[in-house]
Design a binder for this molecule. Structure first.
Ligand code: CO
Length: 170
């Protein structure tokens, strides 16, 4: 178990498309533990393996508890979108672009397939923060930062410097 430094843009590992995991062995399980440790230390809602310098297709997500629901934690190995739909504009930040936030266009809902930490095939249907985190992390695994999406969307002018870290970064 270890907390790793989070790579900051423009570190090339962040713009590298990650490789699919072919075998979930002890090394991968240790990596997943380190990803949770790092995400928790940085108070993130998600983290992709390349954010700690490992170009493999693995992401972790932790959706904070609400009054009604306990915290939800996810391990996603080789995640892919099955479908997505709708559109909304929401605030977003990234642990690898520290000190900034922007207003991004994201889907309203997504369906994702992946393997869990035990190698079992899982499917998630998500909306709200989980859908946003899934889009953000899968972008990371494809070598894309939310700032690249803002550029694509012509919304770079929404990027703002923030004083203190926001609670929702991934
Ligand atoms: Co991020």
């Amino acid at each position: 178990m270890a907390v790793h430094p989070v790579r900051q843009a423009p570190d090339p590992v962040l713009s590298t498309k990650t490789k699919r995991v072919t075998k979930i062995d002890a090394k991968i399980k240790n990596l997943i533990e380190d990803m949770f440790d790092t995400m928790d230390a940085e108070h993130g809602v998600g983290l992709a393996a390349n954010q700690i310098g490992v170009p493999l297709r693995i992401a972790v997500i932790a959706i904070p508890a609400t009054e009604e629901d306990p915290e939800e934690r996810y391990v996603l190995i080789n995640p892919e979108f099955v479908k997505k739909g709708g559109e909304r504009i929401i605030g977003e930040g990234c642990l690898s672009v520290a000190g900034y936030r922007g207003m991004i266009k994201r889907s309203e809902w997504v369906k994702v397939k992946a393997l869990n930490a035990e190698g079992k095939a899982i499917r998630l249907k998500a909306e709200g923060l989980l859908a946003q985190a899934l889009e953000h992390e899968i972008d990371h695994l494809d070598g894309l930062l939310y700032v690249d999406r803002l550029k694509e969307q012509g919304a770079l002018e929404t990027l703002q410097k923030i004083e203190a870290p926001e609670p929702v970064e991934a």
